[in-house]
Design a protein around this ligand. Structure first.
Ligand code: GLN
Length: 492
């Protein structure tokens, strides 16, 4: 079979169960595609072919014995921020270029337990700081829709791998948009769950009060299958919430779009940098949802201007603390011939961290320093609460809130935006993390350069099923999620 990579997760699951193909064949098919096509996309940092084939054989045995999980034998790629026992986990950093974790992240362990086959680890901005994946120590990943463009970030490798059909699904993480924005840039569906829904154990920390893992895939249905595996309470993560998990697949038709109240924040559609094509596609998608029975309600989100400054204070502050563990002593990179301990710390960190990571450590350390702490960090925390309250007030009147996922489509590789220009590109995604809410990106068409545009739907706490269900129904009535980049149509 040459077109196994075109099958959805449900079709793959059925095909494996009914022995139309084996996990071994499926895995070999993907490994062959990776070998031939990934040199152009550069989404993988590490391909774990040997382990993948062993896992595929085990899945085939379980399938034969009739005791396999729904997803047994289906391949996936993990963002290189999830610790994988015995396999390098770099977080896109020279600092961790030689780091092999002694344990699996909970997300990885759950995927393994379900019999999913790990194809490898995919590229990302260093320590998840960035929006292009260019901040990776190993270099940039290409957007499958236009190879001279970025796939977005920080989960750019995850997005590019799925969009080029080099993995049917992937894990990502989202601290301020890193699942939704690359999903938007690459024409995919990506879900950022409620803070605490997916365990952060073994997920290398960027900003711990904002970080959340989630699925990236072609469709809401595919995302639902992966959510069923990775969501849930974990005693090893004290911020993971002990609350019953939905059956995201069974609930796909659970929310009626008919009568659904969708809030359209006035402030969001007047943002200066909002691209005309992005605006038009998002508005068309809302029109479609309206035709399907949704009610569009204009709302106010008055704190919009505070999103970027608040996030870019809190996230670097937490990062400066989290990244202090990388000191050249316990983990990863160590400078050559240190003259004393201070020299070891300083040079290991200066040589091991890239420019953007160093910028954030500096900003964060400054914001947390005695004398500035109240003026910056404490103030930002207060504004964070106001941003959350703004959303909660909006949810008294609407079921979900619509927005673009990003104000533009994918940038050119090397566009070299200034840090502030880059940060402003995160305007639509940051507040969701500050408030801890779930949100989803769905592909809704293309701009004049044939680059994908994404619609973001933000839900109230624990509304993952509702968000997946809305997008699923939208996808039953449209075909944007079925469009494939030319490179994905290439047969290996
Ligand atoms: N682009 C944002 C940042 O650089 C968000 C990244 C993320 O979600 N990990 O911080």
């Amino acid at each position: 079979m040459t077109d196994l990579h075109r099958l959805s997760i449900r079709e793959l699951s059925e095909g494996l169960k009914t022995a139309q193909f084996s996990s071994r064949e499926l895995t070999e098919h993907y490994l062959k595609r990776i070998a031939q096509i990934d040199p152009k996309v550069k989404s993988y940092v590490t391909v774990t072919a040997e382990q993948a084939l062993a896992e595929a054989n085990a899945a085939d045995a379980a399938l034969k014995a009739g005791n396999a999980h729904t997803l047994a034998g289906i391949p996936l790629a993990h963002k290189d921020i999830f610790c994988t026992q015995g396999i390098k986990t770099t977080a896109g950093s020279k600092m961790l270029d030689n780091f092999i974790s002694p344990y699996d992240a909970t997300v990885v362990a759950k995927a393994k337990a379900a019999g999913l086959v790990t194809l490898g680890k995919v590229n990302m901005d260093e320590f998840a700081m960035g929006s292009t994946s260019e901040n990776s120590y190993v270099g940039a990943t290409s957007n499958p829709w236009a190879l001279d463009h970025v796939p977005g970030g920080s989960s750019g490798g995850s997005a590019a791998a799925v969009a080029a059909d080099l993995a049917p699904i992937a894990t990502g993480t989202d601290t301020g948009g890193s699942i939704r924005q690359p999903a938007s840039f690459c024409g995919l569906t990506g879900l950022k769950p409620t803070y605490g829904r997916v365990s952060r154990f073994g997920m290398i920390a960027y900003a711990s009060s904002l970080d959340q893992g989630g699925p990236m895939a072609r469709s809401a249905e595919d995302c639902a299958y992966l959510m069923n595996v990775i969501a849930g309470h974990d005693a090893k993560d004290s911020t993971s919430i002990n609350k019953a998990v939905d059956d995201y697949v069974a609930n796909l038709n659970g929310t009626a779009v008919k009568g659904l109240r969708i809030g359209i924040p006035k402030q969001y559609f007047n943002v200066a940098g909002l691209d005309a094509d992005v605006k038009a596609r998002v508005e068309e998608s809302l029109k479609k949802l309206e035709e399907m029975g949704a009610i569009l309600v204009e709302i106010d989100l008055n704190m919009t201007e505070a999103y970027v400054p608040t996030y870019y204070l809190i996230a670097p502050a937490e990062a400066s603390s989290n990244l202090s563990r990388f000191d050249g002593v316990r983990y990863g990179y160590r400078c050559e011939n240190p003259v004393d301990l201070m020299d070891l710390y300083k040079r290991s960190r200066s040589e091991g961290f890239g420019a953007e990571v160093q910028r954030r450590i500096l900003i964060g350390t400054y914001a947390l320093s005695a004398g500035y702490y109240d003026a910056y960090y404490v103030k930002a925390q207060k504004v964070r609460r106001l941003i959350q309250q703004d959303f909660l007030k909006a949810f008294e009147n609407v079921d979900v809130i619509a927005a673009p996922s990003a104000p533009t489509t994918a940038y050119k590789i090397g566009a070299n935006l200034s840090p502030t220009e880059m940060y402003l590109g995160d305007i639509y995604t940051l507040a969701v993390n500050l408030a801890g809410l779930p949100a989803i990106n769905a592909p809704v068409g293309f701009d004049k350069d044939s680059l994908p545009v994404g619609l973001q739907l933000i839900g109230n706490y624990w509304s993952e099923s509702q968000l997946l269900s809305i997008v699923h129904q939208y996808q039953q009535n449209t075909d944007w999620h079925t469009k494939r980049a030319a490179i994905a149509e290439e047969n290996a």
